[in-house]
Design a protein around this ligand. Structure first.
Ligand SMILES: NC(=O)c1ccc[n+]([C@@H]2O[C@H](COP(=O)([O-])OP(=O)(O)OC[C@H]3O[C@@H](n4cnc5c(N)ncnc54)[C@H](O)[C@@H]3O)[C@@H](O)[C@H]2O)c1
Length: 358
């Protein structure tokens, strides 16, 4: 077993940056050698919890100085390309960053070109995959108990730039990561364009996957309540259906399945960062060691991103959008230019508060 210690820089000492940094610090295969934030107070507070690594307010400068093996950034979604550039320039072997992959395909095309051009591995934090309730649905879908899988769906009350990336990633995983052929969608509501996860208030669409698999996705104020789940951000349902049965997970509401072969089954489970982060981080060491490719690898996340971008293009421009995307576009600008001024209609009063409608 390799015991090489991989040197890590973590950029962004907010909620997710601290989850990443403390998990790297707790894993003997990694050493946090640098941390960065533009907020000096956050940096000082973080430093003492992470073995007093080097600190800096300029990520590119810090990475150039410490030359990490792993460049991890957990800044908000508006910052992607400059971080990938800094990572690649520093010679990092792996970049780990947060969802969503990007706000626009202009950025995503550049990111892909930079990473592929330099041969740098990358991982995107769709770490719900590590939840035992999420994994149960994967096991059932892969076991053949559902027969021929023909439908997959994902629904979240949280808005697009926060949640859609998660829904699509897990739906692709449950169906064996089929290629998406085309997408068609609609969007409504302008309140969350001003958010730090800029989004239409509601987006909903269909995806045609290879192998005759239909995907249904929706995120935001018009998505249904999930009455089994109390925590608003956990009201996400992802499910898969086949000729012999169904299975679905709720982010904060366990899982259930019904199939001809195994009858009715169910279990608990709630998304838990403390449980999900250690194996997510360990799989980075394994990938760097040359063992299995990380399940949350960029190539897979990028396919999910294309679906998300295509939904936005369809909502803005109408009709079906063929995949893969062949030319970049600014999906944010496209949506902002056409989504009507009309206030979004909620599916349930439970959605009003987070959209400032009460
Ligand atoms: N995977 C998940 O389950 C999950 C959950 C929540 C958030 N997220 C994602 O994580 C990302 C970060 O979210 P968060 O909640 O941790 O945000 P946050 O606001 O708590 O933290 C962001 C940090 O980045 C810092 N920052 C901003 N610009 C910077 C720069 N140029 N250089 C260095 N630092 C800079 C900020 O000062 C802040 O400390 C987002 O993309 C979000 O969508 C993912």
């Amino acid at each position: 077993m390799s015991n090489q210690k991989y040197r890590v820089v973590v950029v962004g000492m907010g909620k997710r940056g601290m989850h990443h940094a403390t998990t790297f610090h707790a894993n003997p295969r990694f050493e946090v050698v640098g941390i960065c934030d533009i907020d000096a107070a956050r940096l000082e507070a973080a430093k003492v919890k992470l073995g007093n690594p080097k600190t800096g307010t300029d990520a590119a400068k810090l990475a150039a100085e410490v030359k990490p093996d792993v460049f991890c950034f957990c800044t908000l979604p508006n910052l992607r390309v400059p971080m990938i550039e800094a990572a690649v320039k520093s010679g990092a072997k792996l970049v780990a960053f947060e969802k969503p992959v990007a706000l626009t395909s202009i950025e995503a095309f550049k990111m892909k070109a930079l990473l592929d051009g330099a041969g740098v591995k990358a991982v995107v934090s769709h770490q719900h995959r590590y939840g035992s309730h999420y994994q149960k649905i994967k096991q059932i879908a892969a076991s053949g108990a559902l027969g021929r899988i023909h439908t997959v769906y994902g629904s979240s009350t949280g808005w697009m730039t926060h949640m859609l990336s998660h829904l699509i990633d897990y739906a692709r995983w449950y169906t064996g990561e089929p290629e998406a052929e085309w997408v068609m969608a609609q969007a409504a509501g302008r309140i969350k364009f001003a958010d730090n996860h800029p989004s239409p208030d509601y987006i909903a669409g269909v995806v045609q996957f290879a192998g005759g698999i239909r995907g249904w996705f929706e995120a935001g104020a018009g998505a249904p309540d999930q009455p089994e789940v109390a925590k608003w951000w956990g009201k996400n349902r992802i499910g898969v259906q086949g000729t012999e049965g169904f299975a679905e997970v709720l982010t904060n509401g366990g899982w259930r399945a019904l199939s001809r072969r195994d009858g009715y089954q169910s279990g608990d489970g709630a998304m838990n960062y403390e449980a999900d982060m250690p194996p997510y981080i360990q799989d980075m060491a394994d990938w760097l060691d040359g063992k299995a490719v990380h399940p949350c690898n960029f190539a897979s996340a990028y396919k999910g991103f294309e679906i998300m971008a295509a939904m936005q293009r369809s909502a803005a421009q109408g009709g079906q959008v063929a995949l893969p995307l062949t030319a970049p576009a600014d999906e944010q600008a496209l949506l902002k230019s056409v989504v009507a001024e009309r206030t979004v209609l909620v599916s349930d009063p439970v959605n009003k508060k987070e959209f400032g409608l009460v």
